[in-house]
Design a protein around this ligand. Structure first.
Ligand SMILES: NC(=O)c1ccc[n+]([C@@H]2O[C@H](COP(=O)([O-])OP(=O)(O)OC[C@H]3O[C@@H](n4cnc5c(N)ncnc54)[C@H](O)[C@@H]3O)[C@@H](O)[C@H]2O)c1
Length: 354
């Protein structure tokens, strides 16, 4: 088992990564037998995981709430449901929420934890690849509004993150590929070791080899935790984690958040951002080919021909990264380091999207 950490001072937390079951001794070290625990999960997370978690927790004061699966549950309605349950069960500040599920469950549970009684502890047990390499670490919590995604939320770190590759056995190929997209991202924004692992072991990754997956998750989290610890509230360096996200979010919004996973949209966004990096002269043509080949070797789609600039423009303009009317983009340089810039030729965006 690997143990990493993120966060500073009082809000520092450990992240345990294993290809066995989640370590119940670590979980029970945080939860006292007197604590109340409310586990939040969704209808798409196999029930065996909830049952097994309940057995692993020593406290008898344990409760669960199963939300509907899908983005629909990252809503005020679910948030309110969680709060109602906490009030009904008389949770106090020493009690805990546990998020057992993907990014949707992690985000809404974290937001409820951040605001109930001005903050109670929560533990992330991420069960999708995307949540294991991305959303469970970094303390971003949120719900969506009808007007847009993630419009309400808080930066609020979990007390503990427990990751097990064993959850991934039941994950659909579509959701698995969604997580691979985010792993590719870390390899393009500075983690050269990860890039080499992807290039050398693409077939093992496609085959979901557990020990390869453990290393991929570890490397991804090393990059994410380093960045989010330096910049907890996204006032600087953390922006590079958004590589591919301006275009990716626009693709998700254009599709009304249906029929395309977050990771698949971000993967297309990274292809577009890499092409723009090439047109801007930051990377060479062979490096662009290398990126596209690497992504395709994992079985991920790189064809963004459905999304022209005219289709995506209006969604890009409403991106949170627009400051003083200027859209900041994350591009990469020839050493595969990412940087934020508002200096680019708009014509090159049109070319990148062709
Ligand atoms: N907080 C952050 O920093 C951050 C970062 C990236 C993405 N996100 C958010 O994460 C969300 C996407 O998360 P996601 O991709 O995990 O999607 P998700 O939470 O909707 O999960 C995808 C599907 O997989 C199912 N599932 C979960 N675990 C499973 C398992 N082990 N076996 C079988 N099925 C399983 C779920 O029921 C769901 O139907 C988005 O809302 C996005 O905005 C947040």
């Amino acid at each position: 088992m690997a143990v990493l950490s993120a966060g500073k001072g009082e809000s520092k937390y450990n992240i345990h990564i294993s290809n066995k079951k989640i370590p119940k001794n670590v979980l029970n070290k945080i939860l006292s037998t007197k604590n109340k625990v409310l586990i939040i999960t969704d209808s798409g997370v196999p029930n065996q995981y909830l049952k097994s978690l309940k057995k692993d927790i020593n406290t008898k004061n344990q409760y669960s709430l199963i939300l509907a699966k899908g983005e629909i549950s990252k809503s005020f309605k679910s948030y309110q449901k969680i709060l109602n349950k906490l009030v009904e069960l008389k949770f106090d500040r020493s009690d805990y929420l546990i998020a057992l599920g993907g990014g949707v469950i992690g985000d809404v549970t974290g937001f409820a934890a951040s605001s109930y009684l001005r903050g109670i502890g929560y533990i992330q047990i991420p069960t999708t690849l995307l949540s294991q390499v991305d959303s469970s670490v970094g303390g971003k919590t949120a719900v969506n509004l009808a007007q847009g995604k993630n419009l309400v939320g808080a930066f609020y770190n979990p007390r503990l993150v427990l990751i097990s590759t064993s959850f991934l056995k039941t994950l659909s190929d579509k959701e698995y590929k969604s997580g691979l997209g985010e792993i590719v991202k870390y390899s393009l924004i500075g983690n050269k070791k990860l890039k080499k692992i992807i290039e050398d072991r693409s077939q093992l990754i496609v085959d979901k080899d557990e020990s390869t997956l453990k290393v991929l998750i570890e490397e991804s989290i090393k990059t994410k935790s380093k960045i989010v610890t330096k910049d907890e509230k996204e006032s600087g360096i953390r922006a590079i984690l958004n590589f591919g996200h301006t275009f990716g979010h626009a693709i998700e919004a254009y599709n009304n958040y249906k029929n395309i996973t977050h990771g698949a949209a971000i993967t297309l966004g990274m292809v577009i951002a890499s092409k723009l990096s090439f047109y801007e002269g930051h990377i060479k043509d062979y490096q662009l080919d290398n990126i596209i080949n690497m992504i395709e070797s994992l079985g991920l789609n790189t064809d963004h021909s459905n999304y022209s600039y005219s289709k995506l423009k209006k969604y890009m303009a409403s991106d949170k990264k627009v400051k003083d009317g200027k859209l900041n983009l994350i591009l990469i340089d020839k050493k595969f380091n990412a940087f934020k810039t508002s200096k680019y030729n708009i014509k090159n965006i049109t070319s990148a999207l062709n």
